[in-house]
Design a protein around this ligand. Structure first.
Ligand code: ATP
Ligand code: MG
Length: 560
């Protein structure tokens, strides 16, 4: 294709709302254009990249025996009522009424629609297993759309759903999908890790996320420095420890006026935050609970949710109504249930609130305190890996994929049964497998850029080669050679862009570098005098002179 025939609105400056490099570069390179918060148009160059990502995903899914279909974006409320999610799903679900006042939503995901389909068409165990997928637009009314297409409201997902007679069959497909995802992310040229993820109520190792490692990632991923252990920080589970506590200090009430945060208290008393206990008050469906954690640890909300169900931090008024003093809450003499994190319950001679205004206790110990123990906290760097091998290192990741063993949650609610071998109805067992197709593009850029712009992995670049002729519109010789090379490359099936604009060389170079096209050939009168063209790779500063007659075979070798 020729540059003058394409809309490639490159720009020098990034918009103010673009905080991360991929968002800045996608706008600057003219890949996307913002319509409204979390809504983007894919411009011709962006669409080429998107279609390449889709093609790789499609090929690998087909190879794995999954079959493609396409479901509607709009979904009737009845299906969501059957699964119970119409009431559960919060404001991320965009709901609307049609002209007959019937309720609908825009699909944020498609479990309901596919399970409804399975209930209609899957009749016998002989048809199983089956794995369906689509590459389709999703809508989620994200509370904070940000980072461009990384967290947008409308985005494209590859979602797959498999149906099985039993758990063994699901396990097999799950492993096949795990491998398929590795093949996909390998071909996309990404540095990624599959990590254990939270699987909510289902438990076990039945969920993995695929993360692209990048500092801008919204998730924290924990890796062992000695083993293969890798898990989302949400999922890292700790077990009860043996206490080696030998209390030595005497409990003393000390005046800590106005020191209400762990940081302030630790600094004031000149002790480590890890020697302090902080007490959080939460409101659950079964009343208020006090949670005690080590001062340097954070509550893991997913663990708390799994233990207590829906919960919120108590408000100041609620804390007051329990006769507790915010900033000075401790673990002694509480009138509500106390649950202590495993690593807080082994502390000795610690500091905690005195349950009196302006006072903390030092040299406190657990003797005489009634409590239950639980795993409540997030992992921190340096924790012992849960598999017992090595210490945890924490890195940032962008979640690009998620595979999940659903079990019978949807098939039971929506009656997706088949006739089993013995003639009895069997509820199918399900798996689901998602890839954020548009997020993959942003993630690829987060890992592949330099000060000139995007450095696309070869397989997803909008073009493989750009030909930059200098004085194309003035020198007939250059024009003839450039057109000739362009024709040769096009015929050979190379995706080539000919920059036929009347622009200065510097501008043409800058644009193709911003766009991240992996290979560049420059033609000029000077090069032509020697019968040469000049070659440069996007990821290498060296320029190489190549004989014009060898140019095609040279570039073919570079591309393959
Ligand atoms: P997140 O924790 O990032 O919100 P999620 O758990 O809601 O993700 P899933 O429901 O598992 O995501 O969706 C499958 C995939 O879709 C995710 O792995 C991610 O790559 C992608 N995805 C989810 N939400 C968005 C979004 N708002 N914008 C772009 N891609 C998204
Ligand atoms: Mg989400």
């Amino acid at each position: 294709m020729k540059t003058t025939q394409l809309l490639i609105p490159t720009q020098k400056e990034a918009p103010n709302d673009a905080q991360v490099i991929s968002h800045q570069l996608m706008i600057r390179a003219g890949l996307i254009s913002k319509l409204a918060s979390g809504l983007y148009t894919y411009l011709p160059m962006g669409l080429r990249v998107l279609q390449k990502v889709e093609a790789i995903i499609r090929e690998e899914m087909n190879k794995a025996g999954a079959q493609e279909l396409l479901m509607p974006v709009a979904q009737p409320a009845e299906l969501w009522q059957q699964s119970g999610r119409w009431d559960q799903y919060g404001p991320e679900l965009l709901r609307f009424n049609d002209r007959h006042n019937r309720e609908f939503c825009l699909g944020p995901t498609h479990e309901e629609v596919i399970t409804n389909l399975a209930a209609q068409y899957l009749r016998s165990y002989k048809q199983l297993p089956m794995n369906f997928y689509q590459i389709q637009t999703k809508f989620r009314d994200e509370i904070r759309p940000r980072f461009g297409v990384m967290r947008s409201r409308e985005f494209i997902m590859k979602d797959a759903y498999s149906f099985h007679l039993d758990q063994d069959s699901l396990q097999q497909t799950y492993e096949l999908m795990h491998q398929t995802y590795c093949n996909i992310f390998d071909r996309l040229g990404l540095d990624y890790r599959p990590v254990l993820a939270d699987s909510g109520s289902i438990g076990g190792d039945s969920s993995h996320e695929f993360h692209v490692l990048a500092d801008s990632g919204e998730d924290a991923i924990c890796f062992s420095d000695e083993s293969d252990y890798a898990a989302n920080i949400e999922k890292v589970a700790f077990s009860k420890q043996d206490s080696a506590c030998q209390a030595q200090a005497d409990e003393t009430q000390v005046l800590t006026k106005k020191k209400t945060s762990i940081e302030d208290v630790a600094e004031f008393l000149a002790i480590e935050q890890s020697q302090c206990i902080k007490t959080l008050i939460i409101k659950t469906e079964n009343g208020f609970k006090a949670l005690a954690l080590r001062g340097d640890h954070e509550l893991n909300e997913i663990k708390a949710h799994n233990l207590f169900g829906e919960f919120e931090l108590a408000t100041d008024d609620e804390i007051k109504s329990l006769d507790l003093k915010k900033g000075f809450i401790g673990v002694k003499g509480l009138s509500i249930d106390l649950i202590v994190d495993y690593s807080a319950s082994v502390l000795c001679d610690f500091v905690c609130g005195a349950n009196e205004w302006d006072y903390h206790l030092t040299g406190a110990n657990w003797q005489g305190v009634e409590f239950n123990e639980a795993d409540l906290r997030n992992a921190v760097e340096g924790d012992t890996s849960p598999d017992g091998k090595g210490k945890l290192v924490i890195k940032r990741g962008i979640e690009v994929g998620h595979i999940f063993q659903l079990g019978t949650k949807y098939s039971e609610a929506m009656k997706a049964n088949v006739i089993g071998e013995g003639g009895k109805a069997v509820t199918t067992t399900m798996g689901c497998y998602g890839i954020g197709v548009t997020r993959v593009i942003a993630a690829a850029i987060e890992q592949n850029y330099d000060d000139r712009g995007i450095v696309f992995p070869q397989n997803i670049a909008p073009f493989q080669l750009v030909i930059v002729p200098i004085n194309y519109n003035k020198s007939t010789r250059v024009k003839v050679l450039a057109d000739d090379l362009y024709q040769q490359c096009s015929k050979a099936g190379i995706e080539v862009l000919l920059d036929d604009r009347k622009e200065r060389a510097g501008i043409m170079f800058a644009d193709s570098e911003l766009l991240g096209i992996p290979h560049r050939m420059v033609l000029s009168d000077t090069h032509a005098d020697n019968g040469n063209v000049e070659y440069k790779a996007r990821n290498n500063a060296d320029k190489i002179e190549v004989k014009f007659d060898d140019a095609l075979s040279f570039i073919q070798r570079k591309i393959n």
